[in-house]
Unconditional design. Sequence first.
Length: 246
Amino acid sequence: MLIGASLKMYFSHARTISWVSEVAAIVAAHPARGAVTAFVIPQYPSIPGALDRAGDLLVGAQDVATEDSGAFTGEVSAAVLAELGCRFVEVGHAERRRMFGDTDAVVAAKTHAAIRNGLVPIVCVGEAERVDADTAASACIEQIRSALAAADDAGVRGEFVIAYEPLWAIGAPAPAADDHIRGVCTRLRAHLRAAERPARVIYGGSAGPGLLTRIADSVDGLFLGRFAHEPGAVRDILDEVGALTA
């Protein structure tokens, strides 16, 4: 199971380092550690400190530039993230699209930048409104194709992860209904297999402890947000993984 958390901009640097240290210790001591790939995605300035204390945790970035170098003030290149030791980079999150204008073309360029520099893009997809699972999956499949288009056109292949996050569930009191998550993620996994694009499909969108047990047959992990702010919640989810793999 791929289990990770984006800390967004909630934590100070000091709290980020404390969280990473505590969660790394939890993962290292947990009996299910061999069944989990765990990761954290902090703010940019906290990445080096997180890497220093991550232990078995992999570290990622919340965004990436479309270009590898040049006169792009304020941007952060995939080449530098890879040089630091990052493994993942989040691409196409709904907040980046809504607040900062990331278009489909920008998402595709960022996905390409990540892959060509050896990073694993976590490509965020999801429907805007509540619809049935078939309609939601169709919308997500189009988003996946679009996100991979620039890399495919350049003949660049690499590992990627799909994070299914229905936009209406991000920041909501509870995740999407279990049957909806299972229906959409089952269809996404089937599409990726048929396209011979092996990729893990994880669920985000108000995900937290208790959910994995109910949807584990249809997903490859969870993408956690605020419900993982307390390190003990990560331990609870690892307990679920342990029970599922026992």
